[in-house]
Design a binder for this molecule. Structure first.
Ligand SMILES: Cc1ncc(C[n+]2csc(CCOP(=O)(O)OP(=O)(O)O)c2C)c(N)n1
Length: 334
């Protein structure tokens, strides 16, 4: 009988206390986001989804790697590119799709749409549409949990364009001054709508913006779910144990346009193809197979199951009712 060759090298995550179950879940979450969004794009094309719709395709590793090490009593704030992070947090697939369809069964009762996913039971505090508008809310959340003597951590995703807003700097200043347990994760995908970061931002290194506040900071490969997880583990420990904030620049890339209505004339096909070679789902899948944690056939079965889950979510959303006309003026503060 042929003896099977044993692997002698350790996987690169051997220092991270990650079970195989957890690694597989991280892979599955990324694949769910990808399939959910591909389907959202199709449904948008059919007119089932209206309004703004910003896809997260290409950026999945950032959201999953940042959220996977959190505890259930931690809080998440994000901008309008929020579907992926909501799914990574375990929000209901049906409810997320129904929100895109503007239905009453949606995670925000059909009143928020793509940009305003929300689920208090998961500590998912939104989906915010004003660039740079939500970081102060995240700092406020971190202030509140500290004040209450809880050791919850708040994380705040934002796009790189928001770091040119004045309020971003006010927030970092206060977070460091007041020693708040908050982690700012700047998803640097290189573009604010159609404007390349080099045309909009002074300075070379984005994460250096936190240096003026002497905040712990650094850059991480946001296309690599394990590297995200590793850096987040350190930042979470710092926040939870020492009440100190972190600014993390996750270098990533969106494969699709800024939103569904983006003709994409500001970047070349070659640039997109180059980044696609680093597709975070494909590279992690290959690694899990090489490490013997998943078989290619497991991946195929998983993909089938996810497509079915997404198909059911579309059917659920389609069959759900619209919010009644009486709620039109609810939740309006004017
Ligand atoms: C205060 C404000 N100004 C302008 C806009 C219009 N706007 C919507 S998205 C966007 C680009 C933001 O880019 P970035 O923060 O890098 O996030 P990304 O879209 O790359 O995820 C702009 C300028 C807005 N929503 N809010």
């Amino acid at each position: 009988m042929k003896e099977e060759k044993k692997k002698t090298t350790q996987p690169r995550w051997s220092d991270l206390n990650l079970s195989n179950e957890k690694l597989i879940k991280m892979y599955r979450d990324m694949l769910l986001i990808r399939r959910f969004e591909e389907r959202a794009a199709q449904e948008y094309g059919k007119g089932k989804i209206g309004g703004f719709c910003h896809l997260y395709i290409g950026q999945e590793a950032t959201g999953v790697g940042a959220i996977a090490p959190l505890r259930e009593d931690d809080f998440i704030y994000t901008a309008y590119r929020d579907h992926g992070q909501a799914l990574a947090r375990g929000m209901d697939t049906n409810g997320c799709m129904a929100e895109l369809f503007g239905k009453v069964t949606g995670v925000s009762k059909g009143m928020g749409g793509s940009m305003h996913f929300y689920d208090l039971s998961k500590g998912f505090m939104g989906g915010w549409g004003i660039v740079g508008g939500h970081p102060p809310l995240a700092a406020g959340s971190a202030f509140a949990t500290k004040y209450q003597g809880r050791d919850s951590v708040t994380i705040c995703f934002m796009g790189e364009a928001s770091t040119n807003q004045g309020v971003f700097h006010e927030t970092l200043n206060m977070a460091q001054l007041w020693k708040l347990p908050v982690i700012f994760i700047c998803e640097n995908n290189g573009y604010g709508m159609g404007t390349a970061i080099s045309r909009a931002m002074a300075g070379e290194e984005l994460f250096d913006k936190a240096a003026g506040y002497e905040m712990a900071r650094g850059a991480v490969n946001g296309m690599d779910v394990i590297e995200m997880y590793r850096e987040m583990t350190i930042a979470i420990e710092r926040a939870r144990k020492e009440n100190l904030p972190t600014f993390l620049e996750a270098r990533t890339y969106r494969f699709r346009g800024h939103s569904m209505s983006d003709p994409g004339q500001y970047r070349t096909k070659e640039e997109i193809e180059e980044y696609k070679k680093r597709d975070p789902i494909e590279t992690f899948g290959k690694e899990l197979v090489a490490e013997g944690i998943l078989k290619q056939s497991d991946i195929e079965l998983m993909d089938e199951a996810i497509k079915k889950e997404v198909q059911e979510a579309v059917e659920f959303a389609d069959a759900s009712p619209q919010p009644p006309i009486e709620v039109l003026y609810d939740n309006i503060y004017a």
